[in-house]
Design a protein. Structure first.
Length: 217
């Protein structure tokens, strides 16, 4: 028996010139016994219908669905026809008034919607290294907020200090004056400058830690 090869959907299909499956009943009977000729006849007869039903749904989502997705749905449909000992094919009953072509089209549409429901589409993401290379000239708002809170706590803490200690804190921590200049300005030794710096810094850090914990709570 001679055969011709023609395009039917995605793939070329070998079609028997003498069609042994002139009715859907004969076609299904051949498919459920896994007759290769029956499956070739099925492809030749219904592939274009299947793809048309799939694309009818997917073209509504053209911005996120590719041709590869259409092929995936197509393959999924064929797998579903073959799975569980071809349970779907065996359950088709023409006596219910359904045409086989309509039934196949409905399966293709349902398979497409099932695929779209399970498909998790997300916006395309850039590599994290690109984000790390981004530069902004503006200060980080979270860092600014944290600095303002710490400055406010420090200012309230300094209110309990002596005038001399507040002056020292303003020169050392505020203006960043050199220890030798502070010693000359305040008429104290450089050793006292470092001692006072350590004492005031420890006190400030202790208060900041306590009050910062209270704010977090």
């Amino acid at each position: 028996m001679t055969k011709v090869v023609r395009e039917s959907g995605f793939y070329p299909v070998a079609v028997a010139t003498a069609d042994r499956f002139e009715t859907d009943e004969k076609l299904i009977a051949g498919m459920v016994v896994n007759d290769p000729a029956a499956w070739s006849a099925f492809q030749a007869r219904y592939d274009r219908l299947i793809i048309r039903c799939i694309t009818k749904v997917t073209r509504r989502f053209a911005s996120i669905v590719s041709q590869d997705d259409v092929r995936e749905v197509y393959a999924t449909l064929y797998v579903s026809l073959l799975s569980n000992d071809m349970h779907k094919l065996r359950t088709f009953d023409p006596d219910r008034g359904n045409r086989f072509s309509s039934w196949i089209g409905l399966l293709a549409i349902n398979a497409t919607y099932d695929y779209l429901r399970t498909l998790k589409r997300e916006p395309q993401k850039e590599c994290i290294t690109e984000a790390m290379e981004l530069v902004c000239d503006l200060p980080d708002p979270f860092e600014l907020t944290s600095e303002h809170e710490r400055a406010s706590i420090a200012q309230k803490t300094l209110e309990d200090f002596s005038d001399k200690d507040r002056t020292f804190a303003a020169l050392y921590f505020g203006e960043g004056m050199d220890p030798q200049d502070i010693a000359t300005k305040m008429n104290i030794s450089v050793k006292t400058v470092y001692s006072k710096k350590h004492k005031i810094q420890s006190r400030l850090e202790s208060v900041l830690a306590v009050r910062g914990g209270q704010i977090a709570a």
